[in-house]
Write a protein that binds this ligand. Sequence first.
Ligand code: GDP
Ligand code: CA
Length: 321
Amino acid sequence: MRITVLAGGVGAARFLRGLVAAAPDAQVTVIGNTGDDITLHGLRVCPDLDTVMYTLGGGINSGQGWGRADESFTIRDELAAYGAGPAWFTLGDRDYATHILRTELLAAGRPLSEVTRVLCERWRPGVRLLPMTDDTVETHVTLKASAGHSGEGVAPVVHFQEWWVRLHAAVPAEAITPIGAGTATPGPGVLDAIAEADFVLFPPSNPVVSIGPILAIPGIREAAEAKTVVGVSGIIGGAPVRGMADACLAAIGVETSAAAVAAHYGPRLLSGWLVDDQDKAAADDPACAGIAIRAMPLYMRDVDSTASIARAAIELAQELA
Ligand code: GDP
Ligand code: CA
């Protein structure tokens, strides 16, 4: 069985851990969002790729969901002693090693897809991890002009990480734009991985800033539309389980509900949609016409409960394929 998954960070990585447990013999290809990537202290940081790689490779800080386990913060403290910011984005010493090596390989002219493969040789995540593109895409957030942030040293357009991590998405966004996505080329193997898959899964990743940038790369949405796609709702009972996806959905005018997110993807793209039991009314929502809805408990409490979710997604995809 070949399964291709479009993935953001923490929500995707947790789902993938359950998927690998539910289908140990499947060949899983993960197409990772790189719109969250940022350059800090000259180092290229790819938070979503690393979250997937560390989680499946056993190196994640599992309580936090991102970053390395057993971290120390000497480099951050030393930089702070120089007054070198930003203070709002923390990287640990072990994590720095990943970014140093990635930056070194990129500077030597190797594309991100190859660099990711090299990093995965250490972590052996058990899936093939492909960046969505080798081109640079960065998600930027246009802040609402009336949000009262002027004079606080905040530019009207900020990198997604600054909005998310520094501003906690508390300043409303006018627009969220994956800069560079429209002219980017899908990374090597990306379109083939979709075309050759038995089906495509969307984990409960953020529809706007995780799945959105991947679909914004010309060719990827069309490739997925040609397949059976089953998604898992990251919205339960009208709220994101963790994080601030509601602020992202508000920026694109989509209500924070499982049904509204399914309607946002639409029946051309989405064949099936798993919602939590709390949201089972989505099955009768006219906005979801043409999408097969199934309800079940969707909290990813541990690997077992997540494997049940993954199993249900596989079964629905096989039924619809
Ligand atoms: P990020 O890049 O680290 O923000 O991670 P993702 O985009 O992959 O996933 C974040 C999304 O996962 C959030 O918007 C949540 O709605 C969703 N999420 C987190 N935990 C759970 C859970 O236990 N169950 C479900 N269904 N969704 C979850
Ligand atoms: Ca992310």
